[in-house]
Design a protein around this ligand. Structure first.
Ligand SMILES: Nc1nc2c(ncn2[C@@H]2O[C@H](COP(=O)(O)OP(=O)(O)OP(=O)(O)O)[C@@H](O)[C@H]2O)c(=O)[nH]1
Length: 530
């Protein structure tokens, strides 16, 4: 079976396409006139279609790709089928048509299997990973991307390798595994030196690197990297990258409270994203524009942005496969729809401010639901990531102390094993209540893992943190646990504390508290280590 990728003239055209899609398209048209071989002609047609996509003509690209796909299927050219499906899937994903993208990549996988095309398989894994990423299943996305790393090893395709490692970096960033993200970016960067798409991938790389910087509170470096990413994406007409970089820039300036600059970046992000039908990017830009307008008390504008944000959210979710979305999200969405309808019918007789407040409350309710641990009612780990980053930023800006506690129930497995899982659950709930009773309103309590809790203490130095930790530890050890189970006589906890040090990242701070917790366990449990 002919491996089209090995047709030298096609390979050269691919390289040209990376630098100059318009020139590649013209060259492919010229070659078409001279070639009679049906495989070669089809490969050229496909390449022309891909050029349309690279030039941002997605409707035309989709039409041409679908035609090429039909012909490739008729002729049993599975490699070309895989390639066309890969491109079609990418367009679907960019538009937020998650379900369609997933189906295309699964079909791409089948076609690649039929021809034993490693390129096709790598692309399918890469793409399926992107879909899972878009669905928020970052762990599963990472697995798919790692699989494509394995498969691509023998291909020695630098461009593909940089693309895969960029995806991996994005997964790790979402999983808050910053060190791994950093390594993935370094590998992507190594590969970039030999890739025909250096600027496109480099702009993406800079965006991810800026996210790592932001995670570490290095805001100014993040701004510089994003400026460079915007410059590259603009020069290369990489619309998606441009929109993404503007969005991230808007986000960083927003955190830095430079609202006017943030707004101008976000307006570009939103319009760029709109022009390429990237609902996901547009939605995020509109959400931030809404927050900025509200903060500046420009309520009329805020309402417009919120409307657009809600519309896009609904559109995105509507596009997703119903089975891929868990029932809670769907219920939340239905509620959001009715809320929107309600807001519209109230339009005439309520003031702008009142309507905004109702949107705000609704969003607040959704946010609380998404950030709450259902068993204990305290915040979950997802909420912690967000909050911790903000607290670190505030503490640094105000030069105010900040500490956190990491707390773990001792020998909790024995509670489950001896008295049942239900008793274990009741213990977890009671521990959460007892912690709450020892904390102030602004002290943020989260269930970090199974029987582990993290508590954020804004304004607390090391001594105060130790004092609060001891108060919680004693409260729990003195509690009448037999009320939960007659044979449960004692229950203790171990705590590690850490006070924020200058220049420390969220990851470092958590790691230090974790190390102290480990010391407390190793030292015999039922104690606090600082
Ligand atoms: N009941 C209940 N148990 C849970 C939940 N989440 C995690 N666990 C259990 O928590 C236990 C944690 O056990 P280990 O990590 O071995 O720790 P441990 O027994 O507390 O021992 P040390 O931490 O070393 O003192 C496991 O048995 C988990 O199954 C939950 O939501 N409910």
């Amino acid at each position: 079976m002919l491996i089209v990728h090995e047709l030298p003239f096609i390979y050269q055209l691919h390289e040209l396409m990376a630098r100059d899609p318009a020139a590649a398209q013209a060259e492919a048209a010229a070659q078409m006139a001279t070639r009679a071989d049906p495989v070669e002609r089809l490969a050229l047609r496909l390449l022309q279609a891909i050029c349309h996509a690279r030039l941002g003509n997605y409707v035309q690209a989709e039409y041409e790709l679908t035609r090429a796909l039909r012909q490739a299927k008729q002729r049993g050219m599975h490699y070309l089928v895989a390639e066309a499906r890969d491109e079609l899937a990418a367009i679907c994903l960019m538009r937020g048509q998650i379900d369609a993208a997933l189906r295309q990549w699964l079909d791409c996988f089948d076609a690649a299997l039929q021809e034993d095309s490693r390129f096709g398989l790598v692309r399918a894994h890469l793409g399926i990973g992107k879909v899972l990423f878009a669905l928020g299943k970052h762990d599963e996305a990472k697995e798919q991307h790692l699989r494509s790393v394995e498969l691509s090893y023998a291909l020695k395709d630098n461009s593909m390798n940089s693309a895969i490692h960029l995806c991996l970096a994005a997964d790790y960033l979402k999983l808050a595994e910053f060190d791994r993200a950093y390594v993935a970016l370094a590998i992507a960067e190594d590969n970039l030196a030999h890739s025909p798409y250096p600027d496109k991938h480099r702009s993406e790389l800079l965006i991810y690197r800026s996210q790592i910087r932001a995670g570490r509170g290095e805001w100014h470096k993040a701004v510089n990297e994003l400026d460079e990413a915007i410059r590259m994406a603009t020069a290369g007409h990489y619309n998606w990258h441009h929109a993404f970089a503007e969005l991230e820039s808007g986000r960083v300036h927003f955190v830095l409270n430079r609202l006017a600059t943030a707004r101008s970046h976000l307006l570009i992000a939103s319009s760029k994203a709109h022009s390429i039908a990237s609902h996901l990017l547009e939605m995020q830009a509109e959400e931030l524009l809404y927050s900025i307008s509200k903060q500046e008390q420009r309520y009329e504008e805020a309402l417009v942005h919120h409307r657009r944000y809600t519309e896009l959210t609904l559109e995105l979710i509507d596009n997703q496969n119903r089975h891929q979305i868990d029932p809670t999200t769907r219920r939340r969405l239905r509620r959001m729809e009715s809320e929107l309808a309600l807001a519209q019918s109230e339009q005439e007789n309520s003031s702008l401010m009142a309507r905004l407040q109702s949107h705000e409350q609704h969003i607040q309710a959704l946010k609380i639901e998404a950030e709450t641990d259902p068993l204990t009612g305290v915040f979950n780990r997802r909420a912690l990531e967000d909050r911790l980053q903000r607290e670190l930023y505030t503490a640094t800006q105000l030069s105010r102390p900040f500490s956190l506690l990491m707390l773990d129930i001792d020998h909790f497995k024995q509670v489950n094993d001896r008295f049942s899982h239900l008793t274990g659950d009741a213990v977890l709930k009671t521990v959460a209540e007892l912690i709450q009773s020892c904390c102030r309103q602004d002290e943020f309590i989260t269930r970090y893992g199974g029987e582990e809790f993290v508590i954020l203490l804004p304004g607390a130095g090391a001594d105060t943190a130790r004092h609060i930790a001891e108060r919680i530890r004693l409260k729990i050890s003195h509690h009448d646990w037999f009320t939960l189970h007659p044979e449960l006589l004692t229950l203790t906890i171990s705590i590690g504390t850490a006070e924020l040090q200058a220049g420390e990242s969220t990851h470092d701070l958590l790691a230090r508290a974790d190390a102290h917790l480990y010391q407390a366990k190793a030292g015999g449990r039922n104690r606090t280590c600082c």
